[in-house]
Design a protein around this ligand. Structure first.
Ligand SMILES: Cc1cc2nc3c(=O)[nH]c(=O)nc-3n(C[C@H](O)[C@H](O)[C@H](O)COP(=O)(O)O)c2cc1C
Length: 444
């Protein structure tokens, strides 16, 4: 069985699955129960001056049967006294010495940072995470994303933490910036030992059209919140990958954003993360989800012949490149499995109304010289059953693969290679050779 243990900038954990700083890490009781379920680490709910939260404070988007596909909150940092939190962190570390306990922090002045770091170190915690990401409430007070969005300020505050701390310091980045490498590099220049991202994305999740108030409704008002859950995973993956492939980022990365399964986690690891953190999925399904995550990742590593999780780290980074370096001669075309097709026409309509109109049914004529690998089988099926299954004119198909995405039947439409031996040639190759001109384009 593959070794799942990790060493994140000196912070050791039995596996890469950590709870993100959020409601599931609010108390010692929760964190210790999470460790019993198998979580390898936890980032404690952000400590600082205890706040007052609103009621309500969550909003969500459900898509079809998928509840909480996107989740939104206006919750602030901990509302519990610092002393209580510190006592529980100490207890947690005493009882679970092999698990990673990282403490998230957010305070205002240099003296506040010095004082809170001193007190947290005294608990035996393994590391600190500086919350420079919260996009609501705390930023109006000059903290959270107000720091994360200003690289110079970020560098100064992170520098204080590095100066005052004997523990590894992680900076948790806000995604509410134009280019994630700017705050990432600023944090590395400040001397931090790791990065974690993403915190939540500034958002309004919807509007109550009867009361004419955005969600979540607080009396008769609302405010912007932070968006997270499955919907944000693509944004988080992109930001993680942008940092992981940047040679200036020399510290490990903890990936966060929409992770709910071992597969999600494996994708973050393949794009360069050393650990992953989870919030919304645990709020939705509970601590128990980690059991499947551990089993799934272990099996995957075994299947791929990887002896440890570190062998997976960064495996997909070299394939993530600029558009200009993609092969313009690579070509795929759609194939419909005529036995699986139910004749719903969704692919045909999508192709006709939004692409090149190369999908047809039944006995529709095929222009001379054109190829359509499944046309005869489709005609046979139509004659036998009366179901007008679709087929694809390969000489018109551009391989955009919209049809495969709209098809409701798993495995019915697949994309097959139709490159036919053409050599690799990217846009950048064409520019270099002076052959980038497209016939019929603007300059014809
Ligand atoms: C209700 C709620 C409270 C949160 N509180 C904190 C917090 O105190 N500190 C922090 O750094 N991040 C906080 N977060 C952000 C999460 O740690 C995490 O970065 C974000 O939710 C993305 O992960 P997910 O898609 O798995 O939820 C909070 C998120 C939610 C939903």
């Amino acid at each position: 069985m593959a070794d799942l243990s990790i060493d994140f900038a000196g912070i050791k954990a039995p596996n890469p699955f950590w709870l993100a700083s959020a409601p599931p890490t609010n108390t010692g009781d929760q964190v210790m129960r999470a460790f019993d379920h198998g979580w390898g680490g936890a980032v404690w709910k952000t400590l600082g001056d205890p706040i007052v939260d609103t009621s309500s404070r969550f909003g969500a988007i459900s898509i079809g049967n998928e509840r909480m596909a996107g989740f939104n909150n206006i919750e602030l940092i901990t509302d519990r006294p610092l002393e209580t939190n510190l006592r529980e962190i100490r207890e947690c570390k005493r009882r679970y010495p092999k698990h990673a306990v990282i403490v998230s922090l957010m305070v205002e002045s240099k003296d506040d940072w010095r004082e809170i770091i001193r007190r947290v170190e005294d608990t035996g915690a393994d590391g600190l995470e500086l919350n420079f990401g919260c996009p609501h409430g705390m930023c109006e007070r000059g903290m959270g994303s107000a720091v994360g969005q200003e690289p110079e300020v970020l560098k100064i505050v992170a520098g204080w933490a590095v100066e005052f701390s004997k523990l590894p310091v992680l900076v948790k980045l806000t995604p509410n910036v134009g280019d994630i490498t700017v705050p990432g590099v600023a944090a590395v220049e400040a001397g931090v030992h790791g990065l974690s991202l993403i915190n939540t994305i500034k958002s309004i999740v919807g509007v109550d059209l009867d009361r004419m108030v955005p969600y979540p409704v607080v009396g008769g008002r609302s405010t912007n919140g932070g968006y997270c859950g499955p919907a944000v995973k693509p944004i988080a993956l992109h930001m993680v990958a942008a940092l992981a492939r940047d040679p200036r980022i020399t510290v490990p990365i903890s990936g966060i954003g929409g992770i709910a399964t071992w597969r999600d986690a494996a994708e973050f690891l393949a794009l360069g993360c050393t650990s992953v953190q989870v919030c919304t999925a645990v709020m939705h399904y509970g601590f128990r989800i980690v059991e499947d995550m551990i089993d799934g990742l272990s099996n995957f590593l075994d299947e791929k012949g990887m002896k440890s999780v570190s062998e997976l780290r960064g495996r997909a980074i070299s394939a993530f490149t600029e558009w200009g370096d993609l092969d313009l001669n690579y070509k795929v075309a759609a194939v419909v499995d005529t036995q699986k097709c139910i004749g719903c026409d969704l692919c045909l309509v999508a192709c006709r109304d939004s692409s090149v109109n190369c999908i047809h049914t039944g006995e529709h004529p095929l222009p001379a010289g054109h190829r359509a690998p499944s046309r005869l089988a489709a005609i046979d099926r139509f004659r036998e059953t009366g179901v007008k299954v679709t087929w694809v004119d390969w000489d018109e198909c551009t391989g955009c693969n919209l049809c495969a995405h709209v098809c409701p039947v798993p495995g019915c439409i697949t994309m097959a290679d139709d490159t036919r031996g053409k050599p690799f040639e990217s846009w950048n190759d064409r520019i270099a050779k002076g052959t980038s001109h497209v016939p019929g384009g603007l300059h014809d």
